[in-house]
Design a protein around this ligand. Structure first.
Ligand SMILES: CC(C)(COP(=O)(O)OP(=O)(O)OC[C@H]1O[C@@H](n2cnc3c(N)ncnc32)[C@H](O)[C@@H]1OP(=O)(O)O)[C@@H](O)C(=O)NCCC(=O)NCCS
Length: 155
């Protein structure tokens, strides 16, 4: 089983908030943001696993700041930890106005993906080596979050 770095599978996605992404107040729809989060995280999981990865669960996402029409959303996804066939991906979301130059960390999200084969059966994913202090902290915290998820899992 191969071992990979966190850096090797990181994904950065940039999106412009257009009128069809917004509500009547010209704020980005929560569901649109969740779609971008899922796509960005799925690409990261697949780049790490070199396999199709399905979303098994999404932890709660809080919306602290409205993101407005014309702002730029940047999503940064990285693998926090690999268990066996499942892996946790963390996504940081930034909202930025190119005109005011203000950039804020708007949300964070944790998603669990499962690496599957052509029959849709879970298969082991390559392990990950956390290198930096941040990566090591996220690796540790991902273990705690997994315990909680497995406790709450409805079979
Ligand atoms: C995710 C899925 C492949 C798991 O299959 P399963 O037969 O239940 O597999 P298992 O019980 O053997 O679990 C496999 C892994 O998934 C993890 N897992 C399953 N459900 C989970 C959940 N709700 N949250 C977190 N992890 C979960 C298990 O912990 C296990 O991880 P490990 O191998 O790292 O220990 C299956 O439930 C599925 O296909 N779900 C639909 C996925 C989907 O359609 N997503 C949206 C479109 S991409």
């Amino acid at each position: 089983m191969s071992v990979k770095t966190v850096k090797a599978s990181q994904v950065i996605m940039t999106e412009l908030v257009l009128p069809n992404h917004t509500n009547p107040h010209s704020h980005l729809l929560g569901g649109q943001l969740m779609l971008w989060v899922d796509i960005c995280a799925a690409l990261c999981a697949a780049r790490h696993s070199n396999a199709v990865c399905v979303t098994a669960s999404v932890d709660k996402i809080d919306f602290h700041h409205p993101i407005k029409l014309g702002e730029v959303v940047t999503l940064e996804a990285s693998v926090n930890r690999v268990f066996n066939s499942s892996l946790e991906v963390g996504v940081k979301i930034y909202a930025e106005s190119f005109y005011s130059g203000v950039k804020i960390h708007s949300n964070s999200a944790y998603l669990t993906f499962v690496s599957i084969n052509s029959e849709g059966k879970p298969v082991p994913a390559p392990k990950i080596i956390p290198e930096t202090e941040d990566e090591k902290r996220r690796f540790e915290h991902a273990g705690v979050r997994r315990e909680q998820r497995l406790k709450n899992r409805i079979k």
